[in-house]
Design a protein around this ligand. Structure first.
Ligand code: SIN
Length: 270
């Protein structure tokens, strides 16, 4: 196995293994888990992975999460389709976000494999939310640590056809969350889902959220992954955000995401 960091702050490509093997190989699973905690998002090239294996890899990390509204492979809602082509009016995830943070227990992990990629473009960017939190002054960190924010999404009409159940998830989460494994503090508000800081006026909330959202956009906290056919990305939604670029219209980009349920976010003072 060879591990190559993409940037000093986030992301690494792991060569020489098939991710499917974590299902039966405990040592490999532990190694990948440690690398994942270290790099926050891991990339794998040339991955052979059937839908059943993909689900089994997800289950190795935890209980599977079902998206409130996104299309899925017929017969299995845990196999979420990520797809855009010349008929699309949007792609998935083209703003900075952490997956379905409007759920009471948002996903901890997402495992995306693309089987069709455009000739150019369609990269995904990830940002390290520990580093974003660490970049604020101690005064700002202290202020943020006492705050909560409302996350909400209306998926009505978002995906065309969808299951009307769970269409509008909503939850209040701490603005800074303590990662349950690393116990590090990470900023946990995102442009895609966070609507309002609890207890502030709308204009105060807008002003503060805009400072926080701008910080996530800084390239020094990010990595950018260039997909190939059969690449996999495994990311930690508890301490990263991502942004999937839609710069390849009218070409097709397509794959399957398996998402793993997380715990209710909490803040523990250090
Ligand atoms: C997403 O899961 O938000 C989309 C990621 C991607 O398509 O790269």
């Amino acid at each position: 196995m060879k591990v190559e960091a993409l940037t000093p702050v986030i992301g690494a490509t792991v060569y020489g293994i098939q991710l499917a093997d974590v299902v039966h190989d405990e040592t490999l699973f532990q190694t990948i888990h440690e690398l994942w905690m270290q790099y926050l998002v891991l990339f794998f090239r040339d991955q052979v992975l059937s839908p059943e294996q993909h689900l089994a890899v997800g289950e190795r990390f935890g209980r599977l999460h079902i998206h409130p509204a996104a299309p899925y492979v017929e017969g299995n809602p845990a196999l979420m389709k990520i797809h855009a082509d010349r008929h699309s009016v949007r792609n998935n995830g083209d703003v900075w976000h952490s997956d379905v943070s409007a759920d009471e227990e948002p996903p901890m992990a997402s495992i995306l494999r693309l089987h069709t990629v455009p000739r150019q473009g369609g990269d995904t960017l990830w940002a390290n939310m520990y580093a974003v939190y660490d970049s604020f002054s101690p005064t700002m960190q202290q202020h943020l640590s006492g705050l909560h924010a409302l996350h909400h999404m209306s998926y009505e009409g978002f995906y065309g056809t969808h299951d009307p159940q769970r269409q509008t998830p909503q939850a209040v989460h701490p603005v800074v969350r303590t990662h349950p494994v690393t116990e590090r503090q990470a900023l946990f508000v995102n442009y895609g889902f966070t609507r309002q800081i609890v207890g502030m006026t709308p204009s105060e909330s807008r002003a503060l959220l805009s400072v926080l959202f701008e910080q996530v956009k800084k390239p020094e906290f990010q990595c950018r992954f260039k997909w190939q056919q059969d690449s996999i990305a495994l990311w930690d939604n508890r301490c990263t955000q991502h942004h999937a670029l839609w710069d390849y219209f009218p070409e097709t980009r397509s794959g399957i995401r398996v998402t793993v349920q997380g715990d209710r976010p909490f803040f523990r003072s250090m």
